[in-house]
Design a protein. Structure first.
Length: 366
């Protein structure tokens, strides 16, 4: 499953994916739960991490987020930085685990201090609303260490945080240069748009074309190796955006992506994932069109998002729930509820939510 993280809304998967996706790591050769349990008790951090991931995924053992967290914490204590980060992710917004942002931050900080680039990116997202300077420093650090997601997230952060515009371009350039998946492709495409501004020179137009070609190439290479990465390419071939329009190829790519979503949804009730599956059933592009199934999935996504907003005081979840009320996705449409939820997220310094609250308040009464 793709890793991810952006503030606020359910960003298209072509660009980014789950904020709660756990990082992957090298596992010991054995996937034997009993052997891993024995090695973990003997103090082998890598075995604890491997067993934790089996519980995270329900692979060979019952899916158990609480047990996974316990094992990730033990592995972290043994110096396994990826497990430190995984513990932080689980404590942020995982069904079955009481959210604890403060503890999550401590795990991210430990992993980041140890040189885990992705954890520095997680920490940056956490501190955005409290300390712009620190958030930017963390994004830059993670990006410099090769974390493409942090490069793109940092660039996005700089679209509304007051800073040198050149710094945003630098982050995008690094993300595009790293390659390796949809986040790098997004960085290349965003850079291309910078060169396509009104009044652009012939040199700018040529550079934009090169960047768009690189974006397509990155997406194709990523899709070849991972069905999760096929969504962006499918949308491009469906619309003819950046590539020749090819509906048949688009359907093939949508089916590869849908297979990953369906497989993950069998054991993961992440709201984003439920929303993706609902949209697939709504569109009927790669799975049977089923309005009732889509609605049931959206209701479940709304219930989970509400829990995260209320229990975890999670601004991103409150923002997402506000969008659901505004659009009537999984809940009865309610402008009043949407405004209240945008306001709640805004109070937590969610900049986009503040703007959405103002937009709705400015609309004439229905």
């Amino acid at each position: 499953m793709p890793d991810a993280a952006r503030r606020g809304n359910l960003v298209p998967v072509a660009l980014v994916a789950l904020a709660t996706a756990l990082p992957t790591a090298g596992w010991p050769a054995s996937d034997d739960a009993a052997a891993l349990e024995r090695d973990c008790r003997a103090g082998h951090a890598a075995a604890c991490d491997a067993l934790a991931r089996m519980h995270d995924e329900g692979r060979g053992v019952p899916r158990d987020a609480a047990r996974g967290l316990e094992l990730h914490e033990k592995a972290c204590e043994g110096g396994h930085l990826e497990s430190c980060r995984s513990a932080g992710v689980l404590l942020e917004r995982t069904p079955g685990i009481t959210p604890d942002p403060a503890r999550a931050r401590s795990f991210f900080e430990k992993a980041c201090d140890g040189g885990n680039a992705a954890a520095c990116g997680n920490l940056a997202v956490q501190v955005e609303s409290q300390d712009n300077d620190r958030a930017l420093a963390l994004y830059v650090r993670a990006c410099d260490m090769g974390n493409v997601l942090a490069c793109s997230n940092g660039a996005h952060f700089l679209t509304w945080a007051k800073s040198d515009p050149r710094q945003r371009i630098t982050l995008l350039e690094k993300g595009c240069a790293f390659g390796g998946g949809s986040m790098a492709a997004m960085a290349c495409t965003t850079l291309a748009r910078e060169h396509e501004a009104p009044g652009a020179s012939a040199e700018d137009a040529a550079e934009a074309a090169k960047l768009r070609e690189r974006s397509v190439r990155i997406l194709q290479e990523a899709c070849d190796g991972n069905g999760w990465e096929c969504r962006g390419l499918a949308a491009m071939y469906e619309s003819g955006d950046g590539v020749p329009r090819d509906p048949e190829r688009a359907v093939t790519l949508w089916k590869r992506y849908a297979a990953e979503v369906q497989r993950a949804s069998e054991h993961d009730q992440n709201p984003w994932l439920l929303g993706e599956l609902a949209q697939l059933h709504t569109d009927g592009k790669a799975v049977p069109k089923d309005a009732a199934r889509a609605q049931a999935l959206r209701v479940k996504a709304a219930d989970t998002t509400r829990e995260l907003c209320v229990r975890a005081q999670d601004a991103d979840s409150c923002f997402s729930l506000a969008r659901m009320y505004e659009k009537g996705e999984g809940v009865d449409a309610s402008a009043a509820q949407a405004i209240a939820l945008y306001a709640r997220a805004c109070q937590a310094k969610h900049e986009v939510a503040c703007g959405e609250e103002k937009r709705l308040l400015a609309l004439p009464p229905p």
